[in-house]
Design a protein around this ligand. Structure first.
Ligand code: SAM
Length: 348
């Protein structure tokens, strides 16, 4: 069964990293427009068939492909402190008011996710792929009777959370370093968040089963993932040199907004929202600004992690990804690619 396949946009070519940003942005927009012309040029039947094929293929896959997470990438907290906002949120920020600072936009998205996930004091909550713990610490402060657990497959992240919680006197947070696809965790939760993680999976059916086994009866599962409005597709990577593209499109897959709705064996969908793509676009832009402002420090960290010779190339690739994210999510005023929020309830 064929999945829709697209070529990556040209910005991934290392030579393009040497061009001024305004030109690269123009090239990205041109490539993105041509991808969309191709996709919208398909008949309605072909468009749907592409999505259904993607769904059927996913069911044959392992729950996650090797290297599908960030395990191999630089997960140095010093780097993320230079790159991200105060709460180290590495997913879409919400610029609810255009005058918001990045820190306010991080907090606005935490609040929106908690409201939509119907968080109440006293619940047992899991943040699956919780990164550097911004959300769990936000909940721990706002809802002191909640017991909150963060799982991530990164020791650096879990150690950072433990350390921050110690400093802030938060006793209701636990951070566990494990791979969710093979977890032996036996606790059950009332709420599970999955923010910026679903798209790293390859078999969404198996993944939903894993999540469902961690939930109490009637528990709610909140998912946030980047997507295209209609199309799920794979991007063919032409050369290893472009591997940083994976951080924008894990496994080189772009999800369609509707895709997770095809995997409701263990859950039923209760609610569904869209967050306009310009919020993700502005988040990428903010991270790129930080990267540029602290370029020398970031370069030194990359040189330490990858060696002097590879540092510039990897950093250039990382920056290109942010540029690509900015232009892609801002395209057509954020109405093509955006962030989807979904609330599922565990089936009884
Ligand atoms: C894009 S980050 C998002 C982090 C966080 N949710 C946020 O919004 O800032 C993806 C997170 O998923 C985690 N992750 C990816 N695959 C995982 C797996 N198989 N098991 C556990 N954590 C995983 C990574 O370690 C990282 O914390």
């Amino acid at each position: 069964m064929e999945t829709l396949v697209l070529e990556p946009v040209g910005v991934l070519h290392p030579v393009l990293q040497k061009l001024p940003d305004f030109l690269v942005r123009r090239l990205i927009r041109r490539d993105v427009a041509s991808q969309l012309r191709y996709l919208y040029g398909l008949s309605a039947e072909e468009q749907l068939q592409g999505l259904v094929n993607f769904v059927q293929n996913a069911k044959q896959m392992p729950v996650m492909e090797a290297g599908g997470s960030f395990r191999d990438e630089l997960y140095d907290v010093d780097f993320f402190k230079l790159l991200l906002g105060k709460h180290l949120k590495y997913s879409c920020l919400l610029y609810e008011d255009p005058s918001f600072t990045d820190e306010q936009a991080e907090e606005a998205m935490f609040k929106l996710c908690c409201d939509r996930a119907r968080i109440e004091d006293g619940q047992r909550i899991l943040d699956l792929g919780g990164g550097y713990g911004g959300l769990v610490m936000y909940i721990a402060q706002k809802f002191p009777s909640c017991q909150i657990t963060s799982i991530a497959d990164s020791r650096v992240q879990t150690e950072h959370i433990r350390e921050e919680c110690r400093k802030r006197g938060l006793v209701n947070v636990e951070a566990i370093d494990c791979d969710i696809t093979s977890t032996k965790i036996t606790q059950n939760f009332d709420r599970i968040f999955c923010i910026g993680v679903f798209e790293h999976m390859t078999n969404y059916q198996k993944f939903m089963k894993i999540v469902s086994n961690l939930m109490n009866e009637g528990g709610l599962f909140f998912v946030e993932h980047p997507c295209h409005k209609l199309f799920a597709y794979r991007t063919v990577i032409l050369a290893k040199a472009f591997c940083f593209f994976a951080s924008l499109l894990p496994g080189n897959r772009m999800l369609a907004d509707a895709l997770p709705l095809y995997f409701q064996d263990d859950f039923v969908i209760l609610d569904h929202w869209r967050v306009n793509g310009t919020h993700q676009g502005r988040s990428c832009e903010a991270w790129m600004r930080n990267l540029d402002a602290k370029f020398d420090q970031v370069h030194a960290l990359f040189a330490k992690a990858y060696g002097e010779d590879k540092a510039s190339k990897r950093l250039g690739g990382f920056r290109s990804n942010l540029l690509l994210g900015t232009e892609m999510f801002n395209f057509n005023n954020g109405e093509e690619w955006f962030v989807s929020h979904k609330l599922f309830q565990k089936r009884l």
